[in-house]
Design a protein around this ligand. Structure first.
Ligand SMILES: [Zn+2]
Length: 234
């Protein structure tokens, strides 16, 4: 589905965003079983695999990053991720373990990849990199000022008219996640593309509602840190 000029939402275990300009880039790669399905969707748009130049990962979860190895091999594209995601994705599976085998068969584990590292405020394929820890510590979002496209991975969830913070039981830190949403709420976003489900047009108000007033998450984090300090002292 074309969301905006040259911006497409592709279906896989998680959303994959295709951006055709200035260079053909995929944001996320689906699971390790999604490669052929993604190529078919690209073909329908008229993109041959060897035209993919970059595969940019929002975080290291298998639904988002598992397909990176296969897609990079097939297309010759370069893979990019945050430093902590690269550390996870570069690990070799320990051989002979039943759990690893099962995970591989289920598409939850793929051969290792060695992404190039992206940091906050870097630029990749015309997008600004924003570190958005919370859902995972290795999460990144990507914003393109030219047309207000914001790719957030699982840093935010779309539920009807609402935007929700990451699932707290699956997240490394809910408060950090809210602080990340507060950062995203400040951007002049036209279309927010989450890791799952439909895109959200003009999300600023919904993002502000979930992030709370300016400085809210920060004040909660500070209060919690003070509490931890005082319990340690007593
Ligand atoms: Zn996900």
């Amino acid at each position: 589905m074309e969301l905006s000029r040259g911006v497409y939402l592709l279906r896989a275990a998680a959303n994959v965003t295709l951006v055709t300009e200035p260079e053909v880039t995929l944001f996320d790669a689906g699971s390790s079983h999604d490669g052929p399905r993604l190529l078919k969707q690209l073909q329908a748009i008229g993109i041959a695999p060897d035209r993919i130049q970059k595969i940019v990962l929002t975080h290291s979860d298998w639904r988002h990053a598992g397909g990176a190895h296969w897609l990079a091999l097939t297309s010759g594209a370069d893979v990019f991720s945050s430093q902590p995601a690269a550390a996870i994705l570069g690990q070799h599976a320990s051989p002979g373990k039943l759990r690893t085998l099962r995970a591989t068969l289920l598409g939850r584990r793929a051969p290792p990849v060695t992404p190039s590292i992206l940091r906050d405020s870097d630029e990749v394929a015309g997008f600004r990199v924003i570190e958005v820890p919370g859902h995972t510590a290795d999460s990144l979002a990507f914003f393109r000022p030219a047309d207000g496209i914001l790719v957030v991975g699982d840093a935010a969830r779309v539920a009807g008219m609402d935007i929700l913070p990451p699932n707290f039981w699956r997240s490394s830190s809910e408060l950090t996640g809210r602080r990340s949403l507060a950062i995203l709420a400040q951007l002049p976003t036209e279309i927010l593309i989450p890791g799952h489900g439909p895109a959200y047009r003009l999300p600023q108000r919904a993002l502000r509602a979930v992030a709370g007033p300016p400085g809210f998450a920060d004040s909660l984090i500070t209060r919690r840190e003070q509490r931890v300090h005082s319990t340690r002292r007593s």
